[in-house]
Design a protein around this ligand. Structure first.
Ligand SMILES: Nc1ncnc2c1ncn2[C@@H]1O[C@H](COP(=O)(O)OP(=O)(O)OP(=O)(O)O)[C@@H](O)[C@H]1O
Ligand SMILES: [Mg+2]
Length: 211
């Protein structure tokens, strides 16, 4: 897609540009090729992650999780054009938000994880950089390039373990409060199905300790 715009994020995997079209703002996510990978592998990874992300953004929305609507996808250039969500990453918000507000945001995050898991979908990279908080306090979930369907208890346990790991490394000063509220939102929605997944999350943590 040949669109010009303002760079929003340049990561190891992707470049996000904010573009204006027909009076609206869109986010253009492109996955540039990596010169150090074999061209066949590079192309396979870029295409599959782009396609996976595009499908998952739409499926997640049908499950009740707010995600940006996809307007077009180009599998040759590995780009996705989606709605631009105005807000800040939860990662940034968490350092300034305290108490009730932060708990409410994390509770919402937990609920959305449960909406995905309930229908067998895992996010794959559930970090606080992949959640956008709007000025009205609504959470949007993004970055589904590593998501999977038909998830097992193990995969769901890994998803929750990744949340804990992300909170431990990024939010060390309020990680307990954030994890507690996330798990509360998760349990509140998933009910009886929660227990084996939480047990698996603990097992995964223990396994990691001895490796
Ligand atoms: N639709 C969007 N609206 C607003 N900001 C966005 C949008 N998509 C991405 N961003 C911003 O760009 C950042 C990086 O985007 P994203 O998380 O999708 O890419 P990434 O982490 O490089 O992904 P990947 O791991 O798939 O390569 C986000 O954390 C967010 O701040
Ligand atoms: Mg990301």
């Amino acid at each position: 897609m040949d669109l010009q715009g303002e760079y929003i994020a340049i990561g190891a995997e992707s470049i996000i540009t904010k573009v204006e079209l027909w009076g609206h703002h869109y986010a253009l996510k492109s996955r540039p090729s990596k010169p150090y990978l074999l061209p066949e592998i590079d192309s396979m990874l870029r295409t599959s992650r782009t396609s996976r992300e595009c499908k998952a953004l739409t499926i997640a929305r049908t499950l009740g999780v707010p995600t940006p609507a996809v307007h077009s996808i180009d599998l040759k250039d590995c780009t996705i054009l989606m709605d631009f969500i105005v807000g800040q990453q939860l990662k940034e918000v968490a350092s300034s938000e305290k108490g009730t507000n932060l708990r409410e945001l994390c509770f919402q995050f937990g609920q959305y994880m449960a909406y995905l898991h309930r229908e067998g979908m895992v996010h794959g990279d559930p970090t606080t950089s992949n959640l956008i908080v709007t000025p009205s306090g609504k959470i949007w979930m993004i970055d589904f390039g590593l998501s999977e369907l038909n998830a097992t208890v193990e995969m769901k346990g890994v998803d929750l373990h990744l949340i804990r790991r992300a909170l431990e490394t990024t939010h060390w000063n309020n990680q307990d409060e954030m994890l507690e509220a996330t798990i509360e939102g998760y349990t509140n929605t998933l009910g009886d199905e929660t227990k084996p997944i939480l047990i698996r999350m603990e097992e995964i943590r223990e396994r990691g300790r001895y490796h």
